[in-house]
Write a protein that binds this ligand. Structure first.
Ligand code: ZN
Length: 307
């Protein structure tokens, strides 16, 4: 009996300790209301949205798996409910899909582009060597996929999900709340660091600039643009980044046509001085330049096919 009681009190202590840790860890996150029933949640891995519908919460993007518990505690405290009805994965990286295992176990709908699901089923390697991802168990994969557009009912309107061909990866999607004029850009737009393309899963700098073109069609003077990480921006800042990356890609094309290597492009650093507050642009330049190699017949971006 005494042993039972001490075990019970040990369990209670662990439970309290676990809750306390969850609460402390949840402090890594902050929230800000962007519109009625739409909260921006910012944490160590960037931005997500919690759209509070009448019958549960829709999450736009996840957090890395190691932050999942703390994040879900935060969302529950913020929204006053544990009922999450759907999560949207903007691409296959851990920062977007890290909630899937926990939410799949609760029967939550996990929405992604078909290519994102496809990548998650496979072993992904960087340049044939470094393993970036091992196959996700089937029960934790996105269970609602689409190819071009998908409409998700929300508060009498819709959340429009749209595909951006070969940008950061080949499965990127945005989420646009048309009635509230809030645009979650997906992984192409960052406002606190250089973006990069993941050339191991068909990210492409030409498609990355196309994604900016595509998002630009949705952005107007009143749009709240939510990047995957960094501060929320409006049209002026969005347009500035759009122009910056478009020009930079043209300079990289010029270096490609002079037969420069990726190492030479990083050393030449055509991004120098453009956004010093974003830190080192090497990964953007290196991966972006290498992503040309699989697209040398893309005359539209390269100014004519490469000889
Ligand atoms: Zn990513």
């Amino acid at each position: 009996m005494r042993r039972t009681r001490s075990l019970l009190s040990l369990c209670a202590c662990l439970l309290v300790a676990g809750m306390w840790q969850g609460a402390v860890a949840a402090e890594q996150f902050t929230a800000r209301k962007l519109a009625d029933n739409i909260q921006l949640i910012t944490g160590p891995s960037g931005n997500t949205l919690a759209a509070v519908d009448t019958d549960g919460v829709i999450l736009i993007d996840g957090v890395p798996a190691k932050l999942a518990d703390a994040y879900l505690v935060f969302v529950s405290n913020l929204t006053g409910t544990d009922k999450i009805k759907a999560v949207v994965n903007s691409h296959w990286h851990d920062e977007s899909v890290g909630l899937n295992a926990k939410l799949a176990a609760k029967g939550v709908t996990i929405i992604a582009h078909a290519n994102t699901r496809q990548w998650l089923t496979t072993t992904i390697r960087k340049r044939g060597e470094e393993v970036l991802h091992k196959p996700t168990p089937k029960a934790q994969l996105p269970n609602k996929i689409f190819y071009d557009k998908f409409s998700l009912p929300f508060r009498g309107g819709n959340i429009e999900l749209g595909y951006m061909l070969h940008a950061h990866t080949d499965g990127d999607i945005y989420a646009y709340f048309r009635d509230q004029n809030v645009l979650f850009t997906g992984p192409t737009v960052r406002t606190d660091s250089w973006s990069a393309v993941d050339e191991s899963t068909n990210g492409y700098i030409g498609g990355f600039v196309d994604a900016y073109d595509q998002l630009a069609l949705l952005v107007n003077d009143k749009t709240t643009v939510v990047p995957i990480s960094g501060p929320v921006i409006g049209k002026a800042e969005f347009d500035e980044q759009h122009t910056l990356y478009t020009k930079l890609m043209k300079e990289m094309v010029a270096l490609l046509r002079k037969s420069r290597s990726a190492e030479e492009v990083v050393a030449a650093n055509p991004a120098i001085g453009l956004k010093p507050q974003w830190g080192d642009p090497s990964v953007f330049l290196d991966e972006g330049f290498r992503s040309f190699y699989g697209n040398l017949r893309d005359a539209r971006h390269l100014g004519g096919a490469m000889p």
